[in-house]
Design a protein around this ligand. Structure first.
Ligand SMILES: *[C@@H]1O[C@H](CO)[C@@H](O)[C@H](O)[C@H]1NC(C)=O
Ligand SMILES: *[C@@H]1O[C@H](CO)[C@@H](O)[C@H](O)[C@H]1NC(C)=O
Ligand SMILES: *[C@@H]1O[C@H](CO)[C@@H](O)[C@H](O)[C@H]1NC(C)=O
Ligand SMILES: *[C@@H]1O[C@H](CO)[C@@H](O)[C@H](O)[C@H]1NC(C)=O
Ligand SMILES: *[C@@H]1O[C@H](CO)[C@@H](O)[C@H](O)[C@H]1NC(C)=O
Ligand SMILES: *[C@@H]1O[C@H](CO)[C@@H](O)[C@H](O)[C@H]1NC(C)=O
Ligand SMILES: *[C@@H]1O[C@H](CO)[C@@H](O)[C@H](O)[C@H]1NC(C)=O
Ligand SMILES: *[C@@H]1O[C@H](CO)[C@@H](O)[C@H](O)[C@H]1NC(C)=O
Ligand SMILES: *[C@@H]1O[C@H](CO)[C@@H](O)[C@H](O)[C@H]1NC(C)=O
Ligand SMILES: *[C@@H]1O[C@H](CO)[C@@H](O)[C@H](O)[C@H]1NC(C)=O
Length: 566
């Protein structure tokens, strides 16, 4: 998706007035644990959550000077929220907003092509209180210092304006209020982002003790394969030596969808998914010459794998960032250059209208900005955060991800790695190999079994031993809860309640193990592969796993290219 956000920015309709966001004046101020300031408001019913019995709150945790992390909290539906579990969701990137998860995947609502909110019956707040956090600073609605500006469409960079006046040449671009893109006012690596994330939780939990029970669950996606293991091991370390005034956060489970954990395994997996052994959609897109180009760019002397090994051995920012750029441009990108398919869903060509982007404009309306207390215009992906992480080559580093997953398991935390099997970007073949590297007790001789759900359809398989599971979801792109909402909610609910992923009926204690074949061999075939670009207003059918037919002609639109693992 190489930047979903820019599609909308380029398509923004010029408005004459009110292009900037006035600072909200109605936020309630509280102190969280560790005396961290929290500013928030109750969000009215209909702004995303449509159920009048389910409250939601949004605002900012001031985690450092000029570092304000946005959160949006939703009470659990259909139960007492003061006894329901608490779960955080964060998206990846680095630089991707967690509003992606909220509006496109597992939040209480989505936004349709007419800009209207609709309720999501498979929202994860049907099972838990949910908090979505935009991090690090400058991502999504989080801000450093709000400044007037516009986004340069060719580079994605913020151009700061001298005042709240939109010059004519920028009027049809993206004038608005944006977080000042100073690299020292965000984080530049997973490890450096962890303390700020921890402070956001301490702030929220202190301001909302009624929702902050002992038990806590963490869910994420994509670059969250870096964030998840490292942030949570940071929480466990803090618990061991709790600062005065801090709350002990009893982490119970970590779920990571299509995670980016180990660059050496996962860059190689681009070859595995497209060439050998190939994906399960019976479509091998490359001829021999492209396949050998890709092979050489990976394993040729001095190329991607050699450079990543050098990064792992010597670890300087320069070596790791050069290595990661090489691999991104000469390995990952071959797919984009020759296929024009969506990296996040192999079945669709670009531009891919799924998951829907209409929520971006919704979040940029004055009504919604005021209702949620936003200080800045919304951007889906932060260029400045992506650039900051690029300076340390974090994407090209394994960054303790696999090791930390092992530590979390040893500390009694449930760890679930789930993967939509039509995703190329963080594909399931790489994820499966990373899962074996975690070396969870009993996992090596566990096998794959079908996952059962109430709809009677088999949406995937799981291989689980004790509290560790690797899950493959069929007919799903990168953002699993969008494509397979039924199994995504069942899996989430089962895991946070301590049950097995396969049935939700057996407690996943240390003796639990799935018995089945070592390989997951189901093949979808190529009937859901799209050979034409899909209409931008098309809807996705989660029964047929294809776009619903649209009786209109389609238009192609320009798309800015920037790499994110959302
Ligand atoms: C930023 O927000 C303002 C105020 O609501 C709005 O008028 C403007 O269109 C938004 N800009 C973008 C690029 O969405
Ligand atoms: C998509 O839907 C919007 C809102 O209904 C409409 O304005 C637009 O023309 C549609 N686009 C296409 C390509 O049909
Ligand atoms: C989730 O909660 C909503 C609102 O109460 C309800 O309409 C919906 O049926 C629930 N979904 C499931 C899968 O039970
Ligand atoms: C960036 O922020 C730091 C810390 O607040 C400050 O010292 C520095 O001057 C800022 N840089 C620019 C270019 O404004
Ligand atoms: C990926 O392909 C390489 C080269 O053919 C092979 O050595 C490796 O075993 C494959 N990995 C997987 C997970 O299939
Ligand atoms: C689609 O799958 C069929 C059956 O496996 C195969 O014969 C055909 O070559 C595939 N089509 C493409 C374009 O790969
Ligand atoms: C292989 O595919 C590439 C990209 O589509 C094309 O340019 C090239 O001509 C093809 N080579 C052969 C030998 O068919
Ligand atoms: C990354 O951030 C840390 C902490 O702010 C700083 O010490 C370091 O110099 C930064 N690295 C780069 C490459 O800018
Ligand atoms: C698992 O599901 C597949 C359909 O995906 C079905 O063909 C198979 O019989 C199921 N296996 C078991 C053991 O139920
Ligand atoms: C999905 O497709 C089926 C079969 O064509 C159709 O009956 C159903 O109405 C569609 N569902 C939605 C939500 O469009």
């Amino acid at each position: 998706m190489r930047s979903i956000s820019w599609i909308t920015l380029l398509g923004a309709i010029p408005t004459i007035k009110a292009q900037f966001v006035p600072a909200p004046t109605d936020l309630i101020e509280k102190k969280g644990y560790l005396d961290i300031p929290v500013r928030y408001k109750e969000v009215p019913t209909g702004i995303c959550e449509t159920d009048p019995n389910t409250k939601s709150f949004s605002g900012y945790v001031d985690v450092a000077e000029d570092q304000h992390l946005f959160f949006w909290f939703f009470e659990a539906r259909n139960q007492n929220p003061e006894t329901a579990p608490l779960t955080v969701w964060i998206n990846g990137g680095p630089g991707s907003s967690s509003m992606i998860g909220l509006f496109q995947e597992n939040g209480p609502c989505g936004v349709d092509s007419d800009g209207n909110v609709y309720s999501n019956p498979y929202s994860w707040n049907n099972a838990s209180n949910m908090i979505y956090i935009d991090q690090p600073t400058q991502v999504g609605l989080s801000y450093s210092i709000p400044v007037p500006g516009y986004i340069d469409p060719s580079t994605g960079d913020l151009i700061v304006l001298p005042s709240n006046t939109c010059p004519d040449y920028a009027a049809d671009l993206s004038c608005g209020t944006y977080p000042y893109g100073n690299a020292s006012l965000t984080a530049n690596s997973t490890a450096n982002a962890a303390p700020y994330f921890y402070r956001a939780l301490q702030g929220f939990m202190g301001a909302f003790p009624q929702y902050s029970r002992e038990s806590f669950h963490f869910t994420t996606e994509s670059y969250g394969g870096h964030y998840g293991p490292v942030f949570n091991e940071y929480i466990e370390e803090q618990n061991k030596c709790l600062q005065q005034g801090a709350k002990k956060i009893s982490l119970e489970s970590v779920l990571i969808g299509n995670g980016w954990y180990d660059p050496i395994v996962q860059y190689a997996a681009y070859y595995n998914f497209t060439v050998s052994p190939g994906n399960t959609y019976d479509y091998l897109p490359f001829n021999d010459s492209i396949a050998s180009l890709l092979y050489n760019n990976l394993w040729g002397p001095g190329n991607c794998i050699d450079q990543l090994n050098d990064c792992a051995a010597r670890g300087t920012d320069e070596i790791c960032s050069i290595a990661d750029n090489f691999c991104a441009n000469h390995v990952e990108n071959i797919y984009d250059i020759y296929l024009g398919r969506d990296e996040y869903d192999f079945r669709e060509l670009t531009p891919d209208p799924f998951p829907y982007e209409f929520y971006v404009d919704y979040l940029n309306t004055p009504e919604v900005q005021a209702a949620i207390g936003a200080y800045v215009n919304f951007t889906e992906g932060s260029e400045s955060v992506g650039n900051a992480f690029a300076t340390t080559g974090d994407d090209g580093r394994i960054a303790n991800t696999v090791e930390d997953l092992g530590k979390l398991l040893a500390q009694g935390v449930s760890v679930v790695m789930y993967t939509g099997d039509a995703d190329y970007n963080c594909n399931w073949l790489g994820g499966q190999e990373v899962a074996s590297m975690v070396d969870a007790p009993g996992y090596s001789n566990a096998g794959y079994v079908n996952i059962t759900t109430d709809d009677g359809v088999v949406h995937g398989q799981v291989r689980q031993a004790g509290k560790f599971a690797f899950v493959r979801i069929y007919e799903s792109g990168h953002e699993v809860p969008f494509y397979q909402p039924v199994v995504a909610l069942s899996m989430f609910e089962r895991v946070i309640n301590g049950y097995d992923v396969a049935t939700g009926k057996v407690k996943a204690n240390s003796k639990y193990k799935t018995v089945g074949p070592a390989e997951s061999t189901y093949r979808e075939g190529n009937s859901t592969i799209q050979w034409d670009v899909v209409d931008p207003n098309a809807t996705y059918n989660t029964t047929t796993n294809e776009p619903n037919p649209v009786a209109r002609s389609m238009k192609r639109s320009a798309q800015h290219a920037r790499r994110f693992k959302p």
